[in-house]
Design a protein around this ligand. Structure first.
Ligand code: MSK
Length: 676
């Protein structure tokens, strides 16, 4: 080790994180200690040296014009409780917080939806046969999606309906999908996939998204200085934009990725930093978009590249992932996850990462500084996501020559194997996980090939073996102990017979803790859920994919409504959502489309609205009255889980199925007493 991360010369020694206090994961702790011993700075240390801005984190710092920033702390509320706070232009705390919140929603919608647009462009290119690197893999899903986009799957020939050519359907699906981003009139076609009562609520409240891009632009316009000054009206647009994400850009991304790369079905793989192999070329893909990583998987497994790696002295090529690119290739190919958001720098600290290939979102710029301390080649690949540091290689990915790009990248990694200059230290920790629970896979597991349905799930919710459903999503946050909230909340939920649907870095956290195996049910679940998991052979936590795949959660909830017996709308279900350690704008967009779809949603780290209590209450109480879903915040993980369970119980009571659950929970002595 001959290079150190450079610190600014402040005269003060920067504080370092206490490894015991900042993570519950042993591999993370060991690599953090190693980084500190080598003088390599990571996010855990930076979090000790920079505290969040108090006013900004309350949402009441306005910097949308050149007269500010105008800061409206809670302490400026009059002693008699009257809130006369205002910025130079007169903007109230509610207006400022609502505008800031809306801009976060817009950022999240833009990120998910631009990802979706990119997939749609590749899809159309493949459908038009402009590239031979991508083909239609899932024709059944293509036909299902075609119907949702009003694309005919049959044609009339001499008065008879005959199947339409699949290539023709694919082209029209690609064109229709792409037009969802910018069509001049109408509304998003996927909105009608929601339960009818929910669609009618959106219609009645005037929040049906027109096209995806327009809703983002609308937010940026109305939150410009001197435009929308009514937090209720701003929130309404947040809803319209967030719905354009969940039921638009994200859902299209998921569907088109499934058609192109394959719809996920359960498969076994592993997770955590221990998946790296000292004697292999280790390639880590990181970010969100699977188009390039799909090619990297193919190239890394090719005979040609494996023999090239052997010539360089490596026993093979180990691919691994970080964040949601990890989730994309693990759910379709079983490529193991090296870790989640907060572990990205630590993969390099192992000294065994020969190349890290990044695309978009959740990528730390400090990766370049950490890579400088080791031999790791850091490769950016997306034209909108470059880095200023000069040790970063940019190999731009283009779907028209995707295979060649992937070959160049993998070759660069293999060539770098012999340049390792630090002692390799790979943690032992890695856990088995079963991932790949698409909506289609859940249907299959619960109903079988011929009778795929969510009926079995509903039946077991009604009879009380399963108390309810929780959707857990999202990131890690350096302001909270890494993975602690994720795992504590989930253990509390499954102990109380709540089945969990998980995505993103929450799923990676669960995987590293061994919660994504059917065997974990016996160890952690209440008796009802344990019995179901054992009978069906599923884990109590179902890994449903990446961030954009939160759209799968919306469709799973819709399937539950359709299967019957649990009300007519998503807000009727014994269902709750959670983002225990959120940090990104995408999480705010996800939270808001969950809430606007009727889901009670709890965030584990405060949302930036607390400085404007009236606006905050609007997001909770008023939203509940309109859509049936509401925002809530609860940092304590056990209290957080209990709030979710209390909501589930309330819904069971409203559905009149609370008594069934009471019977299930009786122990043997109570049963005997009853029978006597
Ligand atoms: S990667 S958005 S840290 S889940 Fe999707 Fe993880 Fe959150 Fe990024």
């Amino acid at each position: 080790m001959n290079k150190k991360t450079e610190h600014k010369k402040t005269g003060k020694t920067p504080k370092t994180a206490d490894a015991q206090k900042v993570t519950i994961d042993r591999a993370t702790r060991d690599m953090l200690l190693r980084a500190q011993a080598l003088g390599v700075e990571t996010i855990f240390d930076r979090a000790q040296n920079m505290k969040p801005c108090n006013i900004g984190s309350q949402g009441t710092c306005c910097k949308i014009c050149g007269m500010g920033p105008c800061r409206l702390p809670l302490s400026k509320i009059d002693q008699d409780g009257e809130d006369n706070r205002k910025g130079l232009c007169g903007a109230t705390a509610n207006t400022i917080a609502a505008r800031n919140f809306a801009r976060m929603v817009a950022g999240g919608v833009a990120a998910h939806s631009d990802h979706g647009r990119n997939v749609a462009e590749i899809f159309l290119s493949a459908a038009l046969k402009e590239t031979s690197n991508y083909t239609i893999k899932d024709t059944i899903k293509l036909l299902a999606v075609a119907r949702h986009l009003s694309v005919d799957t049959t044609v009339d020939v001499d008065g008879e309906k005959v199947d339409r050519d699949v290539d023709e359907i694919a082209v029209e699906v690609g064109e229709k999908a792409l037009s969802e981003w910018g069509k001049a009139s109408g509304e998003l076609l996927y909105l009608k996939r929601a339960p009818e009562t929910l669609y009618e609520k959106w219609q009645k409240n005037g929040v049906l998204p027109r096209n995806i891009d327009r809703e983002i632009v609308d937010i940026m316009h109305r939150t410009h200085m001197g435009v929308d000054q009514d937090y209720v009206n701003i929130t309404r647009q947040c809803t319209r934009a967030a719905l354009a994400d969940g039921w638009g850009g994200s859902m299209l991304a998921t569907d088109l990725q499934d058609i192109l790369f394959g719809t996920p079905y359960p498969l076994e793989t592993q997770a955590n930093l221990g998946i790296l192999k000292e004697d292999h070329v280790n390639i880590i893909v990181h970010g969100h978009e699977p188009a390039l990583s799909e090619m990297i998987v193919a190239v890394a497994q090719s005979e040609e590249m494996l023999s090239y790696a052997a010539q360089k002295g490596a026993k093979g090529i180990q691919l691994g992932g970080i964040c949601c690119t990890a989730n994309e290739i693990l759910q379709r190919h079983g490529v193991p996850a090296a870790g989640g958001f907060l572990q990205q720098e630590l993969v390099i600290v192992t000294g065994a990462c020969d190349a890290m290939i990044v695309d978009v979102q959740c990528v730390f710029q400090n990766l370049a500084n950490v890579a400088k301390c080791f031999h790791t080649k850091l490769i950016t690949t997306n034209p909108i996501a470059k880095m200023e540091q000069n040790n970063v290689l940019h190999i731009e990915f283009d779907e028209h020559h995707a295979l060649e790009d992937a070959q160049r990248i993998v070759k660069a990694a293999v060539d770098n194997f012999e340049n390792r200059d630090a002692e390799v230290m790979i943690p032992q920790e890695k856990a088995t996980q079963i991932a790949g629970f698409s909506v289609e896979a859940i249907e299959y597991h619960l109903g079988g090939t011929f009778r795929g349905s969510f009926y079995t799930l509903n039946d077991n919710i009604i009879n009380g073996r399963i108390r309810g459903i929780a959707g857990l999503v999202g990131c890690n946050n350096a302001r909270t102990k890494h993975n602690e909230n994720h795992i504590t909340i989930i253990k509390e939920l499954i102990k109380n017979d709540v089945i969990v649907l998980s995505t993103g870095c929450n799923a990676i956290a669960c995987a590293t803790e061994g919660l994504l195996t059917p065997e974990s049910a016996a160890a952690y679940c209440g008796p009802g859920l344990a019995e179901i998991c054992e009978t069906v052979g599923i884990p109590p936590v179902l890994h449903m994919g990446s961030c954009v795949d939160n759209s799968r959660l919306l469709l799973a909830a819709t399937k539950v409504v359709e299967a019957g017996g649990l009300g007519n709308d998503i807000c009727d279900l014994p269902l709750a959502g959670s983002a225990p350690e959120w940090m990104s704008e995408k999480a705010i967009s996800i939270g808001h489309y969950f809430v606007s779809s009727g889901v009670y949603t709890v965030f584990g780290y405060g949302i930036p609205t607390s400085g404007a209590p009236v606006f905050h209450n609007h997001l909770s109480r008023d939203m509940a009255k309109i859509y049936g879903g509401m925002w809530d915040v609860e940092p304590d993980p056990v209290a957080h889980a209990r709030k979710m369970i209390a909501h589930i119980d309330k819904k069971r009571q409203e559905l009149g199925i609370d008594r069934a659950r009471e019977r299930v929970l009786m122990d043997m002595a109570s049963r005997q007493a009853l029978e006597a």
